[in-house]
Design a protein around this ligand. Structure first.
Ligand code: C2O
Ligand code: CU
Ligand code: CU
Length: 476
Protein backbone atom coordinates (compact mmCIF):
# COMPACT_ATOMS: atom_id res chain seq x y z
CA UNK A 1 0.00 0.00 0.00
CA UNK A 2 1.35 3.34 -0.94
CA UNK A 3 0.51 6.49 0.86
CA UNK A 4 0.56 10.14 -0.05
CA UNK A 5 2.55 12.05 2.55
CA UNK A 6 -0.12 13.09 4.97
CA UNK A 7 0.71 16.75 4.93
CA UNK A 8 1.71 17.26 1.34
CA UNK A 9 -1.28 19.50 0.88
CA UNK A 10 -0.69 23.17 1.09
CA UNK A 11 -1.79 24.54 4.40
CA UNK A 12 -4.61 26.63 3.15
CA UNK A 13 -6.21 23.52 1.77
CA UNK A 14 -5.96 21.17 4.66
CA UNK A 15 -8.94 22.38 6.64
CA UNK A 16 -11.07 21.83 3.62
CA UNK A 17 -9.64 18.49 2.67
CA UNK A 18 -10.21 16.75 5.96
CA UNK A 19 -8.00 13.75 6.35
CA UNK A 20 -8.70 12.68 2.83
CA UNK A 21 -5.02 12.98 2.07
CA UNK A 22 -4.25 9.67 3.73
CA UNK A 23 -4.52 6.81 1.27
CA UNK A 24 -6.81 3.98 2.10
CA UNK A 25 -6.93 0.55 0.56
CA UNK A 26 -8.73 1.68 -2.51
CA UNK A 27 -11.20 -0.54 -4.28
CA UNK A 28 -10.07 -2.03 -7.58
CA UNK A 29 -11.42 -1.31 -11.05
CA UNK A 30 -15.09 -1.99 -11.57
CA UNK A 31 -15.90 -1.00 -8.00
CA UNK A 32 -19.11 0.99 -7.74
CA UNK A 33 -20.09 3.15 -4.81
CA UNK A 34 -23.03 0.86 -4.18
CA UNK A 35 -20.57 -1.96 -3.47
CA UNK A 36 -19.61 -0.07 -0.33
CA UNK A 37 -16.11 0.45 0.91
CA UNK A 38 -13.22 -1.88 1.66
CA UNK A 39 -10.14 -0.52 3.38
CA UNK A 40 -6.93 -1.66 4.96
CA UNK A 41 -6.00 -0.06 8.25
CA UNK A 42 -2.60 -0.50 9.76
CA UNK A 43 -2.11 0.93 13.24
CA UNK A 44 1.56 1.54 13.91
CA UNK A 45 4.17 4.08 14.91
CA UNK A 46 4.59 7.09 12.62
CA UNK A 47 6.00 10.59 12.62
CA UNK A 48 3.78 13.46 11.60
CA UNK A 49 4.15 17.17 11.23
CA UNK A 50 1.56 18.44 13.67
CA UNK A 51 2.51 21.87 14.92
CA UNK A 52 4.13 23.34 11.83
CA UNK A 53 6.97 22.65 9.49
CA UNK A 54 9.49 24.51 11.64
CA UNK A 55 8.98 22.16 14.58
CA UNK A 56 10.26 18.60 14.76
CA UNK A 57 7.91 15.86 13.59
CA UNK A 58 5.84 14.32 16.36
CA UNK A 59 6.11 10.59 17.06
CA UNK A 60 2.58 9.18 17.17
CA UNK A 61 0.69 5.95 16.77
CA UNK A 62 -1.38 6.22 13.64
CA UNK A 63 -3.61 4.41 11.19
CA UNK A 64 -1.83 4.22 7.83
CA UNK A 65 0.76 6.73 8.95
CA UNK A 66 -1.65 9.58 9.63
CA UNK A 67 -3.48 10.89 12.67
CA UNK A 68 -6.37 11.22 12.45
CA UNK A 69 -6.48 8.08 10.33
CA UNK A 70 -8.01 8.17 6.85
CA UNK A 71 -11.43 9.81 6.76
CA UNK A 72 -13.61 6.93 5.58
CA UNK A 73 -16.73 7.70 3.57
CA UNK A 74 -19.35 5.35 2.28
CA UNK A 75 -23.01 5.45 1.27
CA UNK A 76 -25.62 4.53 3.87
CA UNK A 77 -26.72 0.91 3.75
CA UNK A 78 -23.74 -0.36 1.79
CA UNK A 79 -21.23 -2.91 3.09
CA UNK A 80 -18.08 -1.80 4.84
CA UNK A 81 -15.01 -3.94 5.33
CA UNK A 82 -11.77 -3.13 7.10
CA UNK A 83 -8.79 -5.45 7.24
CA UNK A 84 -6.82 -4.34 10.28
CA UNK A 85 -3.21 -5.45 10.53
CA UNK A 86 -1.49 -4.60 13.76
CA UNK A 87 1.81 -2.78 13.31
CA UNK A 88 2.11 -1.90 17.00
CA UNK A 89 4.27 -3.68 19.56
CA UNK A 90 1.17 -4.41 21.68
CA UNK A 91 -2.33 -5.73 21.11
CA UNK A 92 -5.05 -3.52 19.67
CA UNK A 93 -8.64 -3.52 18.40
CA UNK A 94 -10.73 -1.09 16.38
CA UNK A 95 -14.07 0.14 17.67
CA UNK A 96 -16.58 1.75 15.29
CA UNK A 97 -18.02 4.37 17.55
CA UNK A 98 -21.74 5.02 17.19
CA UNK A 99 -22.35 2.23 14.70
CA UNK A 100 -25.31 -0.01 15.26
CA UNK A 101 -23.44 -3.11 14.18
CA UNK A 102 -23.30 -6.82 15.10
CA UNK A 103 -21.73 -7.37 18.51
CA UNK A 104 -18.82 -9.39 17.11
CA UNK A 105 -17.69 -6.35 15.08
CA UNK A 106 -17.71 -3.93 18.03
CA UNK A 107 -14.00 -4.18 18.73
CA UNK A 108 -14.00 -4.57 22.51
CA UNK A 109 -11.11 -6.80 23.62
CA UNK A 110 -12.11 -9.73 25.81
CA UNK A 111 -15.80 -8.96 25.38
CA UNK A 112 -16.50 -9.12 21.65
CA UNK A 113 -13.21 -10.33 20.20
CA UNK A 114 -9.73 -11.46 21.03
CA UNK A 115 -7.33 -8.52 20.86
CA UNK A 116 -5.26 -8.41 17.67
CA UNK A 117 -1.68 -9.41 18.53
CA UNK A 118 1.30 -7.53 17.08
CA UNK A 119 1.58 -8.63 13.46
CA UNK A 120 -1.91 -10.13 13.57
CA UNK A 121 -4.98 -9.29 11.54
CA UNK A 122 -8.69 -8.96 12.14
CA UNK A 123 -11.32 -8.29 9.51
CA UNK A 124 -14.26 -6.12 10.43
CA UNK A 125 -17.37 -6.16 8.24
CA UNK A 126 -20.75 -4.55 8.70
CA UNK A 127 -23.32 -2.46 6.86
CA UNK A 128 -24.02 0.91 8.47
CA UNK A 129 -27.78 1.33 8.82
CA UNK A 130 -27.55 5.02 9.67
CA UNK A 131 -26.14 7.97 7.76
CA UNK A 132 -24.13 10.46 9.76
CA UNK A 133 -20.81 11.41 11.26
CA UNK A 134 -19.24 8.50 13.13
CA UNK A 135 -15.68 7.54 13.99
CA UNK A 136 -13.31 4.74 14.79
CA UNK A 137 -10.65 4.35 17.42
CA UNK A 138 -8.65 1.83 19.36
CA UNK A 139 -10.48 0.16 22.24
CA UNK A 140 -7.46 -1.67 23.65
CA UNK A 141 -5.00 0.13 25.93
CA UNK A 142 -7.35 2.84 24.84
CA UNK A 143 -6.11 5.71 26.96
CA UNK A 144 -2.62 5.55 25.55
CA UNK A 145 -3.46 4.26 22.06
CA UNK A 146 -6.05 6.99 21.51
CA UNK A 147 -3.89 9.49 23.31
CA UNK A 148 -1.09 8.77 20.85
CA UNK A 149 -3.35 9.19 17.84
CA UNK A 150 -5.30 6.05 16.97
CA UNK A 151 -8.57 7.60 15.85
CA UNK A 152 -10.27 8.66 12.63
CA UNK A 153 -13.63 9.68 11.19
CA UNK A 154 -16.18 7.48 9.45
CA UNK A 155 -18.79 9.37 7.47
CA UNK A 156 -21.87 7.57 6.19
CA UNK A 157 -23.51 9.56 3.44
CA UNK A 158 -27.23 10.10 3.02
CA UNK A 159 -28.74 8.92 -0.26
CA UNK A 160 -30.06 12.44 -0.65
CA UNK A 161 -27.87 14.82 1.29
CA UNK A 162 -29.04 18.36 1.96
CA UNK A 163 -27.93 21.03 -0.48
CA UNK A 164 -24.71 22.71 0.64
CA UNK A 165 -21.78 24.31 -1.11
CA UNK A 166 -19.20 22.35 0.86
CA UNK A 167 -19.19 19.41 3.26
CA UNK A 168 -16.26 19.76 5.67
CA UNK A 169 -15.00 17.54 8.44
CA UNK A 170 -13.05 18.69 11.48
CA UNK A 171 -11.59 15.88 13.50
CA UNK A 172 -10.43 17.69 16.62
CA UNK A 173 -7.72 16.15 18.81
CA UNK A 174 -6.03 17.36 21.94
CA UNK A 175 -2.41 16.62 22.74
CA UNK A 176 -0.05 17.28 25.57
CA UNK A 177 3.17 18.14 23.78
CA UNK A 178 6.54 18.95 25.25
CA UNK A 179 8.67 21.79 23.82
CA UNK A 180 10.12 19.41 21.21
CA UNK A 181 6.63 18.70 19.91
CA UNK A 182 6.71 15.19 21.36
CA UNK A 183 3.84 13.61 23.26
CA UNK A 184 4.54 14.10 26.94
CA UNK A 185 4.84 10.92 29.01
CA UNK A 186 2.70 10.22 32.04
CA UNK A 187 -0.47 8.58 30.80
CA UNK A 188 -2.22 7.04 33.79
CA UNK A 189 -1.56 9.90 36.15
CA UNK A 190 -3.37 9.30 39.43
CA UNK A 191 -4.56 12.83 39.98
CA UNK A 192 -5.83 13.17 36.43
CA UNK A 193 -7.68 9.90 36.64
CA UNK A 194 -9.67 11.14 39.63
CA UNK A 195 -10.16 14.62 38.19
CA UNK A 196 -10.81 15.81 34.68
CA UNK A 197 -8.41 13.56 32.80
CA UNK A 198 -5.43 14.29 30.61
CA UNK A 199 -6.37 17.64 29.09
CA UNK A 200 -3.58 18.66 26.75
CA UNK A 201 -1.99 21.90 25.56
CA UNK A 202 -2.31 21.60 21.78
CA UNK A 203 -5.56 21.26 19.86
CA UNK A 204 -5.38 20.14 16.25
CA UNK A 205 -7.91 20.00 13.46
CA UNK A 206 -7.44 17.14 11.01
CA UNK A 207 -4.02 16.50 12.49
CA UNK A 208 -2.53 19.98 12.27
CA UNK A 209 -2.43 23.08 14.33
CA UNK A 210 -5.10 25.00 12.50
CA UNK A 211 -4.55 28.36 10.93
CA UNK A 212 -7.34 29.60 8.77
CA UNK A 213 -10.48 28.34 7.14
CA UNK A 214 -10.94 30.23 3.90
CA UNK A 215 -14.52 30.87 2.90
CA UNK A 216 -16.54 32.91 0.48
CA UNK A 217 -19.41 35.09 1.61
CA UNK A 218 -22.80 33.57 0.94
CA UNK A 219 -21.77 29.94 0.82
CA UNK A 220 -23.41 27.30 2.94
CA UNK A 221 -21.08 24.85 4.64
CA UNK A 222 -22.00 21.63 6.33
CA UNK A 223 -19.40 21.26 9.03
CA UNK A 224 -18.98 17.93 10.73
CA UNK A 225 -17.39 18.41 14.13
CA UNK A 226 -15.83 15.43 15.88
CA UNK A 227 -14.32 15.75 19.34
CA UNK A 228 -11.72 12.98 19.23
CA UNK A 229 -9.90 14.20 22.34
CA UNK A 230 -9.32 11.81 25.21
CA UNK A 231 -10.41 14.28 27.89
CA UNK A 232 -10.98 17.82 26.65
CA UNK A 233 -14.57 19.06 26.59
CA UNK A 234 -15.21 21.83 24.07
CA UNK A 235 -17.70 24.67 23.80
CA UNK A 236 -17.27 26.12 20.32
CA UNK A 237 -18.43 29.63 19.49
CA UNK A 238 -18.44 30.92 15.93
CA UNK A 239 -17.91 34.65 16.26
CA UNK A 240 -20.29 36.58 13.98
CA UNK A 241 -22.05 33.44 12.79
CA UNK A 242 -25.14 31.45 13.67
CA UNK A 243 -24.41 27.75 13.37
CA UNK A 244 -27.46 25.51 13.12
CA UNK A 245 -27.11 22.05 14.60
CA UNK A 246 -28.74 19.45 12.36
CA UNK A 247 -27.34 16.22 13.82
CA UNK A 248 -25.77 15.03 17.05
CA UNK A 249 -23.64 11.90 17.17
CA UNK A 250 -24.64 11.22 13.58
CA UNK A 251 -28.37 11.22 14.35
CA UNK A 252 -30.54 13.99 12.84
CA UNK A 253 -32.26 16.37 15.24
CA UNK A 254 -34.61 19.28 14.72
CA UNK A 255 -32.40 22.04 13.27
CA UNK A 256 -31.65 24.49 16.05
CA UNK A 257 -29.13 27.05 17.17
CA UNK A 258 -27.21 25.95 20.26
CA UNK A 259 -28.14 27.36 23.64
CA UNK A 260 -26.09 30.52 24.38
CA UNK A 261 -24.35 30.08 21.04
CA UNK A 262 -21.97 27.39 22.30
CA UNK A 263 -21.69 24.00 20.67
CA UNK A 264 -20.92 21.75 23.61
CA UNK A 265 -18.96 18.65 22.68
CA UNK A 266 -17.61 16.16 25.19
CA UNK A 267 -15.01 13.62 24.11
CA UNK A 268 -16.42 11.28 21.42
CA UNK A 269 -19.32 13.56 20.59
CA UNK A 270 -20.13 14.89 17.13
CA UNK A 271 -22.27 17.70 15.82
CA UNK A 272 -23.17 18.39 12.21
CA UNK A 273 -23.75 22.10 11.82
CA UNK A 274 -24.93 24.19 8.92
CA UNK A 275 -23.10 27.46 8.53
CA UNK A 276 -24.37 30.17 6.24
CA UNK A 277 -21.33 32.34 5.70
CA UNK A 278 -22.96 35.71 6.24
CA UNK A 279 -19.81 37.56 7.26
CA UNK A 280 -18.30 40.43 5.34
CA UNK A 281 -15.99 39.79 2.41
CA UNK A 282 -12.39 40.41 3.43
CA UNK A 283 -13.06 40.05 7.16
CA UNK A 284 -11.84 37.47 9.63
CA UNK A 285 -13.76 35.86 12.47
CA UNK A 286 -12.63 33.65 15.30
CA UNK A 287 -13.83 30.22 16.34
CA UNK A 288 -13.31 30.13 20.10
CA UNK A 289 -13.39 27.20 22.50
CA UNK A 290 -14.61 28.66 25.77
CA UNK A 291 -15.40 25.57 27.81
CA UNK A 292 -12.86 25.96 30.59
CA UNK A 293 -13.29 29.22 32.48
CA UNK A 294 -10.39 31.58 31.96
CA UNK A 295 -8.83 29.17 29.45
CA UNK A 296 -10.72 30.23 26.35
CA UNK A 297 -8.57 30.12 23.23
CA UNK A 298 -8.99 30.70 19.53
CA UNK A 299 -9.22 27.35 17.83
CA UNK A 300 -9.11 28.68 14.29
CA UNK A 301 -9.94 31.75 12.24
CA UNK A 302 -12.42 32.01 9.42
CA UNK A 303 -11.18 34.28 6.65
CA UNK A 304 -13.50 35.64 4.00
CA UNK A 305 -11.98 36.26 0.64
CA UNK A 306 -12.65 39.58 -1.03
CA UNK A 307 -15.08 38.30 -3.63
CA UNK A 308 -18.69 39.48 -3.45
CA UNK A 309 -21.19 37.10 -1.86
CA UNK A 310 -21.95 33.93 -3.78
CA UNK A 311 -25.66 34.65 -3.47
CA UNK A 312 -27.70 37.59 -2.26
CA UNK A 313 -29.65 35.70 0.39
CA UNK A 314 -28.78 32.55 2.30
CA UNK A 315 -29.84 29.36 0.55
CA UNK A 316 -33.39 28.50 1.37
CA UNK A 317 -32.86 24.76 0.87
CA UNK A 318 -34.15 22.82 3.88
CA UNK A 319 -31.70 22.13 6.69
CA UNK A 320 -33.33 19.06 8.11
CA UNK A 321 -31.55 15.78 7.41
CA UNK A 322 -33.45 12.70 6.26
CA UNK A 323 -34.30 10.42 9.22
CA UNK A 324 -32.33 7.29 10.10
CA UNK A 325 -34.06 3.96 10.75
CA UNK A 326 -33.52 4.10 14.51
CA UNK A 327 -36.46 2.62 16.43
CA UNK A 328 -38.25 5.03 18.74
CA UNK A 329 -38.49 3.73 22.32
CA UNK A 330 -41.89 3.24 23.88
CA UNK A 331 -41.63 5.24 27.07
CA UNK A 332 -44.83 3.90 28.60
CA UNK A 333 -43.61 0.31 28.64
CA UNK A 334 -39.90 1.01 29.04
CA UNK A 335 -37.93 -0.63 31.81
CA UNK A 336 -36.02 1.92 33.87
CA UNK A 337 -32.48 1.37 35.11
CA UNK A 338 -30.69 3.75 37.37
CA UNK A 339 -27.04 4.36 36.50
CA UNK A 340 -25.32 6.14 39.34
CA UNK A 341 -21.95 7.68 38.53
CA UNK A 342 -19.72 7.76 41.56
CA UNK A 343 -16.23 8.62 42.73
CA UNK A 344 -13.54 11.05 41.71
CA UNK A 345 -12.15 13.81 43.82
CA UNK A 346 -15.03 15.20 45.81
CA UNK A 347 -15.72 18.77 46.81
CA UNK A 348 -16.01 20.22 43.32
CA UNK A 349 -13.85 22.70 41.50
CA UNK A 350 -10.83 22.05 39.39
CA UNK A 351 -8.50 23.54 41.95
CA UNK A 352 -9.31 21.18 44.78
CA UNK A 353 -6.22 19.96 46.51
CA UNK A 354 -5.46 16.32 47.23
CA UNK A 355 -4.45 16.98 50.82
CA UNK A 356 -7.73 18.01 52.40
CA UNK A 357 -9.00 14.54 53.14
CA UNK A 358 -11.65 14.77 50.46
CA UNK A 359 -10.00 12.16 48.31
CA UNK A 360 -11.36 9.15 46.50
CA UNK A 361 -14.07 6.94 47.76
CA UNK A 362 -13.12 3.46 48.85
CA UNK A 363 -13.60 1.38 45.74
CA UNK A 364 -10.77 -1.08 45.89
CA UNK A 365 -8.24 1.29 44.41
CA UNK A 366 -10.47 2.40 41.54
CA UNK A 367 -11.23 6.08 41.27
CA UNK A 368 -14.73 5.72 39.85
CA UNK A 369 -17.69 3.38 40.01
CA UNK A 370 -21.11 2.78 38.49
CA UNK A 371 -23.71 1.66 41.04
CA UNK A 372 -20.89 0.81 43.43
CA UNK A 373 -18.90 -1.37 41.02
CA UNK A 374 -15.76 -0.50 39.12
CA UNK A 375 -14.80 -2.11 35.83
CA UNK A 376 -11.33 -0.82 35.13
CA UNK A 377 -8.75 -0.82 32.34
CA UNK A 378 -10.23 -1.92 29.03
CA UNK A 379 -12.94 -3.97 30.68
CA UNK A 380 -13.09 -7.42 32.17
CA UNK A 381 -15.21 -10.05 30.53
CA UNK A 382 -15.73 -11.93 33.78
CA UNK A 383 -17.56 -9.10 35.48
CA UNK A 384 -21.31 -9.69 35.18
CA UNK A 385 -23.33 -7.10 33.27
CA UNK A 386 -24.94 -4.27 35.21
CA UNK A 387 -28.27 -5.63 34.01
CA UNK A 388 -29.81 -7.63 31.21
CA UNK A 389 -32.60 -6.40 28.94
CA UNK A 390 -34.92 -8.56 26.95
CA UNK A 391 -34.31 -8.07 23.26
CA UNK A 392 -36.72 -5.61 21.68
CA UNK A 393 -37.64 -3.99 24.97
CA UNK A 394 -37.50 -0.23 25.42
CA UNK A 395 -35.14 0.87 28.17
CA UNK A 396 -34.59 4.11 30.02
CA UNK A 397 -31.16 4.78 31.47
CA UNK A 398 -31.50 7.16 34.38
CA UNK A 399 -28.03 8.66 34.82
CA UNK A 400 -27.42 10.26 38.19
CA UNK A 401 -24.12 11.99 38.40
CA UNK A 402 -23.15 11.91 42.05
CA UNK A 403 -19.70 13.28 41.27
CA UNK A 404 -18.21 16.74 40.93
CA UNK A 405 -17.09 16.09 37.35
CA UNK A 406 -18.45 16.02 33.80
CA UNK A 407 -18.95 12.64 32.15
CA UNK A 408 -19.67 11.98 28.46
CA UNK A 409 -21.46 8.65 28.92
CA UNK A 410 -21.37 6.38 25.90
CA UNK A 411 -23.39 3.27 25.04
CA UNK A 412 -22.19 0.87 22.38
CA UNK A 413 -24.32 -0.71 19.66
CA UNK A 414 -27.37 1.58 19.98
CA UNK A 415 -28.46 5.18 19.57
CA UNK A 416 -30.59 6.65 22.30
CA UNK A 417 -33.02 9.52 22.60
CA UNK A 418 -32.09 12.11 25.21
CA UNK A 419 -35.28 12.63 27.23
CA UNK A 420 -34.69 15.09 30.02
CA UNK A 421 -32.13 16.84 32.21
CA UNK A 422 -32.94 17.41 35.87
CA UNK A 423 -36.56 16.76 35.01
CA UNK A 424 -36.78 19.20 32.13
CA UNK A 425 -37.57 17.87 28.69
CA UNK A 426 -34.76 18.15 26.19
CA UNK A 427 -35.95 20.07 23.11
CA UNK A 428 -35.14 19.42 19.44
CA UNK A 429 -35.62 15.62 19.43
CA UNK A 430 -32.01 14.91 20.29
CA UNK A 431 -30.46 11.49 19.83
CA UNK A 432 -26.96 10.26 20.39
CA UNK A 433 -24.61 7.55 21.51
CA UNK A 434 -22.83 9.75 24.04
CA UNK A 435 -24.51 12.11 26.46
CA UNK A 436 -22.62 14.74 28.41
CA UNK A 437 -23.71 14.64 32.05
CA UNK A 438 -22.87 17.70 34.13
CA UNK A 439 -21.69 17.51 37.73
CA UNK A 440 -24.59 16.40 39.98
CA UNK A 441 -26.94 16.33 37.01
CA UNK A 442 -29.63 13.75 36.33
CA UNK A 443 -30.12 12.84 32.67
CA UNK A 444 -32.46 10.24 31.23
CA UNK A 445 -32.02 8.61 27.84
CA UNK A 446 -34.11 5.91 26.18
CA UNK A 447 -33.49 3.32 23.51
CA UNK A 448 -34.88 0.11 22.08
CA UNK A 449 -32.59 -2.75 23.08
CA UNK A 450 -32.80 -4.38 19.69
CA UNK A 451 -29.16 -5.35 19.20
CA UNK A 452 -28.24 -8.60 20.94
CA UNK A 453 -24.97 -8.94 22.81
CA UNK A 454 -22.95 -7.56 25.67
CA UNK A 455 -22.39 -3.83 25.18
CA UNK A 456 -20.08 -1.39 26.87
CA UNK A 457 -21.44 1.58 28.76
CA UNK A 458 -18.68 3.93 29.86
CA UNK A 459 -17.44 7.45 30.28
CA UNK A 460 -15.46 8.62 27.24
CA UNK A 461 -12.97 10.62 29.26
CA UNK A 462 -10.44 7.85 28.85
CA UNK A 463 -8.96 8.20 32.33
CA UNK A 464 -12.42 7.88 33.82
CA UNK A 465 -13.07 4.76 31.78
CA UNK A 466 -9.89 3.00 32.84
CA UNK A 467 -10.38 4.27 36.40
CA UNK A 468 -13.68 2.41 36.80
CA UNK A 469 -16.45 4.43 35.13
CA UNK A 470 -17.40 1.53 32.92
CA UNK A 471 -19.81 -1.38 32.86
CA UNK A 472 -21.68 -3.58 30.39
CA UNK A 473 -25.31 -4.18 29.51
CA UNK A 474 -26.60 -7.46 28.16
CA UNK A 475 -29.23 -7.49 25.44
CA UNK A 476 -30.55 -10.92 24.57
CU1 C2O B 1 -15.77 5.39 21.49
CU2 C2O B 1 -16.28 2.34 24.04
O1 C2O B 1 -16.00 3.86 22.76
CU1 CU C 1 -18.54 3.28 21.03
CU1 CU D 1 -16.11 10.75 33.16
Amino acid sequence: MSSIPAFALRRRQFLQAGAACATIGLPGPGWAASDGLAVTLRPGPARVSMVGDAAPATAVWAYNGATPGPALRLPQGTPFRAAVTNGLAETTTVHWHGMRLPNGMDGVPGLTQRPIPPGGRFDYAFTPPDAGTFWYHSHDHSLEQMGRGLAGALVVEEAEPPTVDRDLLWTIQDWRLDPDAQIAPGFNNHMEIAMDGRVGNTVTINGRLPETLHVRAGERIRLRLLNAAIARIMALQFEGHVPVIVALDGQPCAPHTPADGRILLGPAMRADVMLDMQGEPGRRYRVVDAFYDRLAYTLVRIAYDARPPLRAHPLDAPLRLPPNPVPRPDLASAIVHEVRLQGGMMGGGMMMSMGNGGGMMGMGGAAWAINGRSMTGDGSADMPPLFAIERGRSCILDFRNETAWWHPMHLHGHSFQVLDRDGEDVPHDEWGDTVLVRPRERVRVAFVADNPGDWMLHCHVMEHQIGGLMTTLRVG
